[in-house]
Design a protein around this ligand. Structure first.
Ligand code: ZN
Length: 216
């Protein structure tokens, strides 16, 4: 079974990311890297790399940043409104990028302490993020016949999941319950194709909650 993500807390490492990191302001990054490669973009657009990174990881980091930024300007507005009503705050991560994660993990929000405070980063698994998103879509959204649409929905599902973690919801069941609630509310407020999209995501969340419950 594909896992949407891993959550990790307080896993500080003191390896500076990037060639000329300084111990000041946002030009300082520590890497939670355990293996492989990490490519991170900070909020100012600076790029840091650690480990053995191939051009694929740079490309996947670029793609994730573009996806998240596009999402926040479009569909993310509805998520932000929903979160506000739940007393949550949707915040952009301190950094985003690509990193080698465990097998079958698609993405992650990592929070860890550094000498300049707590940091939250949103990362996609690299290499192979897109393939894992497609596998996730095939597993949970197979009723959507248009493949481009199926994979777009799968990608949104993953980003929404991570943004709930970023907003402070922890635990897979609690996170997916929030997702399902959000999708069901939106499905009631929309019609036609848009409604079907939310319904597909709600079904995926419900299925994953059941799987989590039967695992425990
Ligand atoms: Zn998660």
């Amino acid at each position: 079974m594909y896992r949407v993500c891993v959550e990790k807390e307080s896993n500080p490492r003191t390896i500076p990311v990037g060639r000329s990191s300084r111990l000041s302001g946002s030009s300082y990054w520590t890497s939670p890297l355990e293996r492989g490669c990490a490519v991170l973009h900070d909020r100012a657009g600076r790029i840091y790399a650690d480990g053995n990174c191939t051009s694929e990881s740079y490309r996947e980091a670029d793609a994730l940043v573009a996806d998240v930024n596009k999402y926040l300007k479009t569909e993310g507005k509805h998520l932000k409104d929903y979160m506000a009503r739940q007393g949550l705050r949707m915040e952009a991560p301190d950094a985003m990028g690509a990193m080698s994660l465990e097998d079958q993990v698609i993405a992650a929000v990592l929070k860890y302490d550094t000498p300049i405070g707590r940091r939250g980063i949103l990362i996609s698994n690299s290499p192979g993020y897109e393939q894992r998103v497609r596998n996730f879509g095939d597993q949970y959204m197979a009723q959507i016949e248009d493949l481009a649409e199926r994979y777009e929905l799968a990608k949104e599902f993953v980003l929404e999941h991570e943004l709930f973690h970023q907003a402070g919801i922890t635990g897979e069941i609690a996170t997916q319950r929030q997702q399902e609630l959000f999708y069901r509310q939106r499905a009631r407020q929309t019609k036609g194709k848009e409604k079907q999209r939310y319904e597909a995501k709600a079904r995926a969340a419900a299925q994953r909650i059941e799987e989590e419950i039967s695992k425990n």
